[in-house]
Design a protein around this ligand. Structure first.
Ligand code: SF4
Length: 153
């Protein structure tokens, strides 16, 4: 059975809001290129900050990130349900900075979550190649204000 992907952008972790909009605009180029539908979630950074409270000083990859995955995946799960989509996954696994096992452990709590590891088949390098081909902006930090620290890189 094949899949018809529908894109949902939900990244309230991203700071500042201008960066949230900028990354969405880049994703819109990808959606146009492949002729895919793209939905944009609202930017609710205050709620995200509340969700990771107490973990501001964690380094990237520690507890704050699992909470961040849970926050975003819960929004994706809710959007999928609202749209009548029975299965969803996340592109987070393409990043070499993110452990797929952690993402799956978080995602499995949500109905309809599919474990897809986009790192496989050289996914990370392919994503870089694709961004070059489409002339996409590549961010210099993960997303939240706490990931802007140099020692987190
Ligand atoms: S470093 Fe990235 S994954 Fe971790 S909390 Fe910040 S935005 Fe989320």
């Amino acid at each position: 059975m094949g899949w018809l992907p529908v894109l949902y952008y939900t990244n309230s972790n991203i700071w500042p809001e201008a960066e949230y909009d900028k990354r969405h605009a880049e994703l819109a180029k990808v959606a146009d290129h492949y002729g895919l539908e793209l939905y944009k979630g609202s930017w609710d950074h205050a709620a995200w900050l509340e969700a990771v409270k107490g973990h501001e000083a964690d380094k990237e990859g520690q507890g704050r990130c699992a909470l961040c995955f849970a926050f975003n995946l819960s929004r994706a799960a809710a959007a999928a349900k609202e749209l009548g989509i029975g299965h969803f996954t996340t592109t987070l696994t393409v990043s070499r900075f993110k452990k797929s096992a952690t993402i799956f452990a978080v995602g499995d709590a949500f109905e309809g979550f599919e474990e897809i590891d986009f790192k496989k088949k050289d996914g990370f390098n392919r994503s870089i190649q694709l961004s070059k081909e489409l002339g996409l902006y590549r961010q210099e930090y993960c997303g939240c204000e706490f990931s802007m620290r140099r020692d987190d890189a």
